[in-house]
Design a protein around this ligand. Structure first.
Ligand code: FAD
Ligand code: EPU
Length: 338
């Protein structure tokens, strides 16, 4: 564990934004991070916990200490008649955990294949894709309180998971470091192919037998065909959340925009496809300097080279304003703005 001053974060965020941290250190065990947190020098310093850097946008240098989570280890901690309970340290790579579960025939995370980032960040916004969210298979997590340095355990209800939300993004923001997450996985596979594109892709793959491995491969294929690879084009996935509107508002919009895309929610509201709204306003494929809107997925903002975080942020504001003007709908950023 070494604390470095004025550390470049360019390689540590998938947008590839040049920004520097006043102080930087990684940590491989809880004692190390507690030691840093106890240093008087850092008592009143801003702290940023970093995983894979795939859901944040640096709009300026970080005047504080960046702590990169390098906690490792995955273990089967218990089982009952129907479930395996798998505990993963927060610094493990998410997709590698998914692959580990598939290799062992533990079912539940396969629809979440290929989401970038680390396990420790996965509860932050209750990652979701292709008809699943981690809350569906989440058992509990352990988190270190930054001030009292005690480990607290949170069960599913205590995390207050919602669509791209949790208590750690809300009322407990900046208070905890998530050190491990335990998932409750099925012994007898539960296949979830309800998301239309999966069935189609399984067919195209010629998959003879349904399996969690086949579902994972189908999800990976769909993702690779739609989303830019951050190793090639800087991005942080969907920049905005899909907005929720009342059914009344949806019906009003539908009169004016008959092709508008929306999905019914259990609470009676409708979730709009933000990608559709953004595309309709003419943003898809647009660039402003090196900042841009991806040409295949309008919900993804990209850095084509040397865009500044502030330029991407300004572009996102213009998009928000134009959607508000045209549809009267407020887009909310999904990406964490630093
Ligand atoms: P980071 O970006 O490092 O951090 C994100 C936030 O969590 C920051 O506020 C950080 O301070 C905080 N944080 C990180 N680790 C911890 C910790 N251990 N304790 C406390 N706070 C912490 N997301 C989806 O939900 N679904 C998708 O389908 C999806 N697709 C994506 C596709 C692409 C190409 C990309 C680039 C991103 C995508 N994302 C998606 C977003 C991203 O992968 C997830 O949000 C992921 O969980 C972020 O993990 P990370 O380790 O990179 O977090
Ligand atoms: N659409 C357009 N134009 C576009 C993009 C999308 O019209 O440029 C419309 C299409 O009608 C399309 C619909 O929007 O059918 C939905 O698009 P897509 O299936 O690509 O999904 P999304 O709603 O854009 C969400 C998540 C993704 C997740 C996928 C798959 C959010 C904010 N995004 O995207 O998550 O992978 O569904 O489940 O909920 C992320 O969070 O970073 C992320 C990539």
């Amino acid at each position: 564990m070494t604390i470095t001053e004025n550390y470049s974060l360019k390689k540590l965020n998938t947008f590839g934004i040049e920004a520097s941290a006043r102080y930087y250190s990684d940590f491989s065990n809880v004692e190390e991070v507690c030691q840093i947190l106890s240093e008087a020098k850092f008592a009143n310093t801003n702290k940023l916990i970093l995983g894979g850097g795939s859901n944040l946008l640096f709009t300026k240098d970080f005047d504080g200490i960046v702590l990169k989570n390098n906690l490792k280890g995955v273990e089967l901690v218990k089982e009952d008649a129907e479930h395996y309970f798998v505990k993963s340290a927060g610094g493990e790579v998410w997709h590698e955990l998914v692959m580990f579960c598939i290799a062992n025939n533990y079912s539940g995370l396969e629809n979440l294949s290929l989401i970038p980032g680390n396990v420790g960040a996965s509860p932050m916004q209750n990652i979701g894709a292709y008809g699943a969210e981690i809350k569906d298979n989440f058992y509990e997590l352990e988190a270190l309180h930054i001030n009292d340095k005690a480990i607290h355990t949170f069960n599913n209800a205590e995390c207050k998971f919602g669509y791209r939300e949790s208590v750690f993004k809300g009322e407990l923001k900046h208070q905890y470091i998530i050190t491990s997450v335990t998932f409750k996985l099925h012994k007898k596979p539960v296949f979830n192919t309800s998301y239309g594109a999966i069935e189609k892709e399984l067919e195209a793959m010629g998959a003879k037998e349904l399996s969690i491995k086949a579902i994972s491969e189908a999800v990976c294929n769909i993702r690779r065909s739609k989303l830019p690879n951050p190793a090639e084009i800087g991005n942080a996935g969907s920049f905005f959340k899909n907005p929720e509107v009342s059914r009344f508002k949806f019906e009003e919009l539908k009169k004016e925009f008959p092709t508008i895309v929306g999905y019914d929610l259990e609470n009676g509201n409708v979730k709009l496809a933000a990608g559709w709204l953004i595309e309709q306003c003419g943003w898809k494929g647009k660039t402003v300097g090196d900042a841009g809107v991806h040409k295949l997925q309008a919900l993804v903002l990209v850095n084509y080279g040397n865009a500044k975080g502030s330029e991407i942020f300004e572009l996102s504001q213009k998009i928000i304003d134009s959607i508000k003007d045209r549809f009267g709908v407020e887009l909310v950023r999904e990406v964490n703005i630093i």
